[in-house]
Design a protein around this ligand. Structure first.
Ligand code: CMC
Length: 431
């Protein structure tokens, strides 16, 4: 990044300010307004941060117009095809692709931390059996600070590193435990001879009475889902993690806050909502009815898995996911999948529709992921927990970047107060 000599001149009332313009490696310039209130006595107003960069970052870059996503400069399509999730985790955390020795060491460190504290088993039992696995994830990940208090000091780089490894390693175990708990089945311990994705599938689908043979094709598809969701610059949950972390809160509490934010249907909850919507539509002939509803301003219905704040072109993750859905269903011998048919036809009709074209609404990552996850045997309630497992590394990389950023301050937005002006208290008998 270069801090150019260029300034933006801002004139208002009797004040004239020269605001520095910052030029990033990629993407539009940003006007540095940090001195605006101190020098000009005014705030900016930007609900939803549609025009506000909240930090400088070196991790992920999205070009919404081109439909491009880069992790540390590498296109997501190349990583999805040639790399694998733990290598991508290393890349996101440390900035460069690992050497063979670095990768081996990193994989060994992750693998040795996959078990959770035995006492956690009892913690799970406090939840109702029918609790949504995301509710359990928020609670259990937040509680990790109680089980691992030796890695909560955010001022100690070593503790930050240990907490990071612990979370990436244990998140699949916790998500699988949440699933097993909902089924009334015993928890399955991780196995160190399996890769990250295979281990997760086995912890979800194996039972003591019958072992589970991990299908390598499904493991590859699972790994690709993890990779595609690993990071996505300053999205709502990542910003939540950064904001939580800006107060110095411990990393487990921050990631729990990220999981809570991810759960919403406008964010990570959309994968569950998208598959439920496709099933509700049920058959191709009912699509026009739902397209009409999505366009009707008086109807709150939206096409789930469609649209994005940043992408105004195809979400590149959706392209890979669509191809992966075809491959997985094909390889599993699932022919004539009605949901996939509805998804493809819905996409085709929407992309030809003036409303969706005008508003630049394209399928996003959540549109096809549910079809793959369902084919693997997951219920819809597990879709968002799987997103949380994948995104943990992104949250952590962003949290670590924030902690070591010398410009970092506690996040504290201002507001436009539009409430009652100052007034005197009235005793209850006089109201
Ligand atoms: N179906 C129908 N209309 C839509 C949709 C949709 N899915 N998405 C946006 N619009 C319309 C919206 O009504 C608005 O119209 P108008 O300008 O006439 O008021 C316009 O498009 C812009 O929408 P917005 O809500 O102002 O845009 P946003 O950037 O605030 O919201 C979004 C982005 C992803 C929340 C939204 O597109 C949405 O709700 N999509 C469905 C949920 C979804 O799939 N979320 C997953 C996002 S990708 C994965 C992730 O980040 O977790």
């Amino acid at each position: 990044m270069s801090d150019s000599d260029k300034t933006a001149e801002l004139e208002f009332n009797d004040t004239s300010l020269g605001l520095p313009i910052l030029s990033p490696t990629l993407g539009p310039d940003a006007i540095d307004i940090r001195r605006l209130y101190a020098d000009g006595g005014v705030f900016t107003y930007d609900p939803g941060f549609t025009s506000t960069a909240s930090c400088k970052s070196t991790i992920t870059y999205i070009d919404g117009l081109k439909g491009e996503l880069l992790y540390r400069g590498y296109p997501i399509e190349q990583l999805a095809e040639k790399s694998h999730y733990l290598e991508v985790c290393y890349l996101l955390l440390y900035g460069e692709l690992p050497t063979a020795a670095e990768l081996e060491d990193f994989e060994a460190r992750i693998t040795r931390h996959t078990m959770v504290h035995e006492q956690m088993n009892y913690f799970f039992r406090g939840f109702r059996r029918d609790a949504h696995p995301m509710a359990i994830m928020v609670g259990v990940v937040g509680a990790m600070s109680a089980f691992y208090p030796d890695s909560t000091d955010v001022t100690d780089p070593r503790q930050r590193e240990i907490a990071s490894i612990r979370m990436i390693a244990k998140m699949p175990t916790i998500a699988a435990m949440a699933y097993k708990y909902s089924l009334g089945q015993p928890f399955v311990y991780p196995r160190n001879d399996l890769d990250y994705a295979s281990n997760f599938l086995r912890m979800c689908f194996s039972v003591p009475a019958e072992d589970y043979e991990v299908n390598p094709i499904l493991a590859r598809a699972m790994d690709r889902i993890f990779t595609l969701h690993a990071d996505h610059e300053q999205n709502a949950s990542t910003s939540t993690v950064r904001l939580s972390g800006s107060s110095g809160a411990n990393p487990f509490a921050c990631i729990a806050a990220g999981i809570a934010c991810l759960w919403g249907p406008a964010h990570g909850g959309a994968n569950q909502a998208a598959l439920e919507m496709l099933k509700e539509i049920g058959s191709v002939d009912r699509i026009p009815e739902y397209i009409a509803r999505a366009k009707d301003k008086s109807d709150p219905f939206r096409l789930m898995g469609f649209g994005h704040r940043v992408y105004k072109n195809f979400d590149p993750r959706a392209r890979v996911m669509k191809q992966s859905a075809d491959e997985v269903l094909d390889l599993l011998g699932i022919e004539n999948n009605e949901t996939l048919k509805v998804a493809k036809e819905l996409e085709r009709i929407a992309l030809e529709d003036e409303y969706f074209q005008e508003k630049k609404l394209f399928p996003n990552v959540d549109f096809y992921s549910g079809i793959i996850l369902e084919a693997m045997g997951f219920p819809t309630s597990m879709f968002t927990p799987i997103f949380a497992v994948s995104r943990t590394v992104g949250w952590i990389a962003q949290w670590k970047e924030m902690i070591s950023d010398p410009e970092q301050k506690i996040g504290r937005p201002r507001q436009l107060y539009i409430g009652a002006p100052k007034r005197d208290y009235v005793d209850v008998e006089n109201r």
